[in-house]
Design a protein around this ligand. Sequence first.
Ligand code: SAM
Length: 246
Amino acid sequence: MPRIAPHPTAPPTFQLHQGDAVTWLRSISESSVDLIITDPPYESLEKHRRIGTTTRLKNSKSSSNAWFQIFPNDRFEDLLIEVYRVLKNNRHFYLFCDAETMFVVKPIAESVGFKFWKPIVWDKKKIGMGYHYRSRYEMILFFEKGKRKLNDLAIPDIIECPRIFRGYPTEKPVSVSEILIHQSTQPGEYIIDPFMGSGSVGIAALQQGCHFSGNDLSAEAIDISKTRMHAFLNPEPTLLDLITEH
Ligand SMILES: C[S@@+](CC[C@H](N)C(=O)[O-])C[C@H]1O[C@@H](n2cnc3c(N)ncnc32)[C@H](O)[C@@H]1O
């Protein structure tokens, strides 16, 4: 469990934890994190799927929201209080969500202290599901604690990147998080994701030379993320490596 932020010059490292996001955040020291990027399984995902009181979404590779449990809207206040507390001052916070959840999250985030700048649009380049204007984008809400300048003021608020097909349910492309990390950190800083899924934020963090801690309720998410991050930090030798070694 991270109690203190890693040293800025150390090689990138990662730690993974299985548990509830809010409980995990409560175990992290105040003002110890440089950037939070996260993608909660928001309630509107299950609008047409709720069965009884315990919600586990259908486990099917063809479903875009298979496998995971929903994080109810009435837990966002507890979540955002902790997100604000663990973030250092003069830092950014990004939250993936849809247009419906944006209206839930924005006022709560502002009430706990965040400045809301704008939704960034992730344009997936191809249409998906829906009845009324089929979905082609997701939102990434951009918040600030204190004041921090973005590293590149020429980056637009629409990020174009094809969606991931047949990956972890609602898996986000690493390259989308790379842009956010590049904008809002320096190498050696410390990034967390309390709902990490397949670890796309973690891979982007390591790629950008940042330290990462991730959490998820699901053992499967932990396994997938651990495998990906180990492979990233310890790549298999290529044929060329093997030839030049001998
Ligand atoms: C939308 S997915 C994240 C996908 C991720 N961004 C990726 O690129 O793979 C949400 C994740 O939250 C996890 N989850 C659901 N409820 C949770 C909770 N209360 N605490 C922590 N994780 C939770 C699910 O298991 C799921 O992996």
